[in-house]
Design a protein around this ligand. Structure first.
Ligand code: 13P
Ligand code: SF4
Length: 354
């Protein structure tokens, strides 16, 4: 549905009043009505890097989810304030690894006598606490666009990796990009004693994958791929690495949201694409490229929006911008100093990856 013109006008006016004081970042999964007001759009990596691009901006309005706003706070100056227009915009995957569970896991690895050999690699989609744990234990953060480089780096530091919290990104990168076998990977289940693993399994594994997943991407199946190939002859299947291994293995191309956009920009006229990622992005791309005769369909019609990304809507954005324009800071995301220092270590290791 088209945006309410009154709200569009209010957002425009508030943003104009704030001028250079405000910097609006928008993740590719955001609604069109929100993306319209973003100064910069990107995947998680690009947004982490770009967050610090405007050190003069007093307010960084982050249109994305909580862990992204935390990372922006960690990577920007103390005098800059990061605002999340709706505090309920979390991420179910990030919630699957709590600080207590991860500390307990480290105890299990220590008791198995392998903690010394383990380097933690945490997906950007994790809380600041998990990033701090990662920094404290010599590890790095990664995103879907640099997971292979992060694992290459980690295996130079140690013999094993504890990959948090997305088992699919960890497995897909290890098997598809690093030539490991599925048997090199074990899954640590935080809800079971010792993660549901024997000491022997832990000692034999190269990749210890946390049992987390994305509820949106987890719904694409091998059937989704087979069905679309039967329906659209010659279709290119392009999926996000948060999809299950069997989906990624059956796809033609795999990559982050930014990669997906670049691939479609470079695609020849007349080509056909089935995209396995969040619906706001796929719809926007289908509309954008329709005039170039590129057919873009959603990989599986039963999968939909990321409900937490969608919580940031135009009314919330208007409220945040108008509050700031009136001198009132709302929904500030602020990571405490101690967590920040260790989390920053891990994030900076990622930013320094070759
Ligand atoms: P990217 O934008 O890094 O591909 O991440 C996707 C995602 O799930 C963010 O929540
Ligand atoms: Fe989290 Fe998945 Fe939504 Fe990304 S798409 S914010 S990983 S639930």
């Amino acid at each position: 549905a088209p945006s309410d013109p009154d709200l569009v006008e209010r957002a425009r006016a508030a943003k104009a009043k704030l001028g250079d004081k405000v910097f609006v970042l928008g993740h590719h999964y955001q609604r069109d009505e929100v993306i319209e007001f973003a100064d910069v759009t990107g995947d998680s990596f690009k947004l982490a890097r770009d967050a610090a691009a405007r050190p003069d901006a007093e307010y960084i309005v982050f249109c994305g989810v909580h862990f992204m706003a935390e990372s922006a706070d960690i990577l920007t100056g103390d005098d800059q304030q990061v605002i999340l227009p709706d505090l309920a915009a979390g991420c179910s995957m990030a919630d699957m690894a709590t600080a207590e569970q991860v500390a307990e896991c480290w105890d299990v690895l220590t008791e198995a006598g392998i903690a010394e050999q383990v380097v933690p690699v945490s997906y950007m989609n994790s809380s600041a606490d998990i990033k701090a744990f990662t920094g404290k234990h010599g590890g790095t953060i990664c995103t879907s666009s640099n997971a292979k480089r992060a694992l290459d780096w980690a295996f130079e530091q140690g013999e094993k990796v504890l990959f948090l919290p997305d088992q699919h990104l960890g497995r897909n990168t290890a098997v598809r990009d690093m030539g490991m076998s599925l048997d090199d990977c074990v899954v640590y289940n935080p809800h079971k004693p010792n993660g549901g693993l024997t000491v022997e399994q832990l000692r034999d594994a190269k990749m210890i994958l946390w049992r987390g997943h994305c509820s949106v991407h987890g719904r694409f199946s091998l059937d989704s791929v087979n069905d679309v190939r039967a329906r659209i002859p010659g279709v290119n299947v392009l999926v996000h690495p948060e999809c299950k291994h069997e989906v990624v293995a059956a796809a033609d191309y795999v990559g982050s949201t930014e990669y997906i956009i670049k691939a479609l920009e470079a695609a020849p006229r007349g080509s056909k694409w089935a995209i396995g990622t969040e619906l706001n992005l796929v719809r926007r791309l289908a509309n954008r490229f329709a005039s170039e005769d590129k057919e873009i369909v959603f990989l599986d019609k039963t999968v939909c929006f990321c409900s937490t990304m969608n919580r940031i809507d135009l009314p919330h954005l208007v409220w945040a911008l108008e509050s700031l324009a009136a001198g009132k800071v709302v929904n500030r995301i602020q990571v405490d100093k101690e967590t920040e220092s260790f989390a920053k270590l891990a994030l900076e290791r990622m930013l320094a990856l070759p």
